[in-house]
Write a protein that binds this ligand. Sequence first.
Ligand code: NAD
Ligand code: ZN
Length: 248
Amino acid sequence: MDDTERLHELIAGARRIVAFTGAGISTESGIPDFRSPGGIWTKYQPIYFDDFMSSEEMRREAWRRKFATDETMVKAEPNAGHRALAKLVERGKMSAIITQNIDGLHQRSGIPDAKVIELHGNTTYATCLDCGQRHELAPIKKAFESKGALPVCTKCDGIVKTATISFGQAMPEIQMARAQDETMGCDLFIVLGSSLVVYPAAGFPKIAKRKGAKLVILNREETDQDDDADLVVHAEIGPTLSRVVGVN
Ligand code: NAD
Ligand code: ZN
């Protein structure tokens, strides 16, 4: 039996599957992962949350970068990997997708918002850091590029930031708790396209194993947790998953 058949069998035998996705599931949509040479995330030093809050200069720099690199994100469409996971959710096999990604592509592949747990937030819209009000990017971009204006909340005058979790910013409590519950309640935990080095997210596969779930890692290259997995598949996510799930 080859890896694809084994994965097919594990999925067929599972009652409640949870997926954990990283940047690797979106590279086939044209969004570079963290580690790819020259990737948009590797060009800049990160802006820490405290600096964003305390310095108007840093907020300006953050928005400048956002709009300079946003084209890739705006153009990206869900790929075969996203679609295969959506199929598993639709079939009632997969209870949740925990993601480190901020691109919103799982939701765009047709998975209900309630089933996608975003650990690092979402870069396709912005929120007010004081009242939580959602703000769309298009008007912010227009005002920034034409007048150099920084966005201010229309409801409460608070500071508006992309809805992502920055370095030094607290992890979202509700999402962390939900991710933990889902991980503890599944019988198959599948990691896709994550190098599993970013904590606390990288702790989830360990929780799943401790609770008795089977662990599968599907990644192009080795990860630190390959030794703990019941099945490791070193392959491209899209083609592999479409074969396993039977969609394209
Ligand atoms: P990572 O870049 O550390 O690891 C990605 C892994 O996926 C690598 O091991 C790589 O070999 C593998 N990979 C890439 N393309 C693949 C493919 N087509 N098939 C199989 N494997 C493939 O990513 P991470 O662990 O998610 O950490 C990066 C951090 O940066 C995250 O916290 C995330 O928030 C952020 N990020 C997000 C996006 C996005 O939203 N799409 C993109 C880049 C970075
Ligand atoms: Zn507000």
